[in-house]
Design a protein around this ligand. Structure first.
Ligand SMILES: [Zn+2]
Length: 417
């Protein structure tokens, strides 16, 4: 029997490539990540958030020091276990909260001994982000875990130089402001602020393209603080829209592009897991508008997009467990029917072997999320562009560029009709 099977498989082998190549499988493999369940409403009136005590956490006898005294830090306590492992205690800003356990701290030591650490999260939330480490806060490397007795341990040798350790690369509101001012120096970008956050920080915005055009594209991001990979996808996408390609150049002649890169500056700078400084998930407040951040966007767009002007499309960048696009159900038609479906189809052609994971997530009001609000209010073809927490940097760049090329081609064709 065994022999017969062997002969059969060998005989079939030469024909296998015709059954389906690796790049275009006849049936795509089943996906592990199913995406999120339909969005439910939650109260979005402001709630208290717990203030994080900023301090140095000293272990004098071992000459090991940890600190959360910097922007976007999160470190609530440290305890030293019998085996010498430093257990990092992390708490969210308030509860209930989505399980995106952000952390960021510095560590240094008065000797060359390795420092081993583990993580404990309030509410038994599971570890989600593998630690990234940096000596200069610019270049980051992921730490590999060793699992001992079911506990993930990480080891660094900080020495007297400070090491930053964070759930994702640190990208604060000043980093975003620097990125915007770099763009402003080189390109025809106009930056401004559309209002203030709960703690009084500016909600940054910029625009480019043809300021006389009646056709708009809106790009928004970072409603949720830890979603740094989504921010990277946003920057890759926007930088491609500002590049010299033929399609993007003619796109800029015919469209106005508005970018709101960081809707939750307080949450980012306070090192929150999910919420704004009002203790609320901003991406559930697009029906009640209880928070200053969502109100600022609503009021700005009302003033900017007036009678006879059209918000053709809107892309909201996020991060989650794996790459996925959340769409408005295709049965609902907006300003450019079929745009999102055609766009995502083009992405499969531009990135060989890539099959986008697409899940309709908006069917009817109320509009708790920004993408559904923009669809219902403006007829904008809306999509949530989610990048995986661990998606490779080069793929994020490739996808950002391909996305910009495909979208501008389709919108150029649309207005040429
Ligand atoms: Zn998000």
């Amino acid at each position: 029997m065994k022999l017969a099977t062997k002969v059969l498989s060998a005989a079939l082998l030469p024909f296998l490539p015709f059954v389906g190549s690796a790049q275009t499988p006849a049936t795509p493999p089943a996906r592990k990540f199913q995406g999120q369940e339909p969005i439910k409403g939650v109260p979005t009136e402001s709630k208290p958030v717990e203030k994080q005590i900023k301090a140095v956490f000293p272990f004098e006898s071992e000459k090991v020091f940890l600190s959360n005294q910097f922007t976007a830090a999160r470190l609530n306590a440290v305890s030293k276990k019998d085996d010498g492992v430093y257990d990092i205690h992390i708490k969210p800003e308030n509860t209930p909260v989505n399980a995106s356990p952000w952390y960021a701290f510095k560590v240094w030591s008065g000797n060359d001994k390795p420092v081993r650490f583990s993580f404990s999260y309030a509410g038994n939330v599971r570890h989600r982000y593998e630690p990234k480490v940096s000596k200069d806060r610019k270049h980051w490397q992921q730490l590999e875990a060793q699992t001992v007795n079911g506990i993930k341990l990480y080891e660094v040798k900080p020495g007297s130089d400070t090491l930053w350790i964070a759930a994702q690369e640190l990208t604060t509101s000043s980093d975003v402001a620097n990125w915007v001012s770099q763009l402003e120096k080189k390109k025809q970008v106009k930056s401004f602020s559309i209002g203030k956050s709960t703690l009084g920080k500016p909600i940054q915005a910029f625009s480019f393209g043809n300021s006389q055009s009646k056709n708009y594209l809106l790009v928004l991001g970072r409603q949720h603080p830890p979603e740094v990979t989504g921010h990277k996808a946003l920057t890759a996408f926007v930088e491609s829209l500002l590049s010299e390609g033929k399609d993007v150049s003619s796109f800029r002649k015919d469209f106005q592009i508005i970018v709101l890169p960081l809707l939750n500056p307080d949450g980012v700078d306070e090192g929150f897991w999910r919420h704004n400084a009002g203790g609320v998930d901003l991406n559930r407040d697009w029906s009640s508008f209880n928070q200053p951040e969502t109100r600022a966007v609503r009021d700005y767009l009302k003033k900017e997009i007036t009678e006879g002007e059209k918000l053709l499309a809107a892309i909201d960048f996020h991060s989650t467990h794996d790459d996925i696009y959340y769409t408005v159900t295709p049965e609902k038609k907006g300003n450019v029917p079929g745009l999102i479906t055609n766009w995502l189809t083009q992405l499969t052609e531009k990135i060989p072997g890539y099959s986008p994971h697409i899940k309709p997530l908006y069917f009817e009001p109320p509009t708790y999320t920004s993408f559904s609000y923009l669809f219902e209010t403006y007829g904008a073809e809306s999509v949530v562009f989610e990048i995986g927490d661990s998606t490779d940097e080069s793929f994020i760049q490739k996808k950002g560029k391909a996305s910009a090329e495909a979208l501008t081609q389709l919108l150029n064709e649309f207005i040429a009709k």
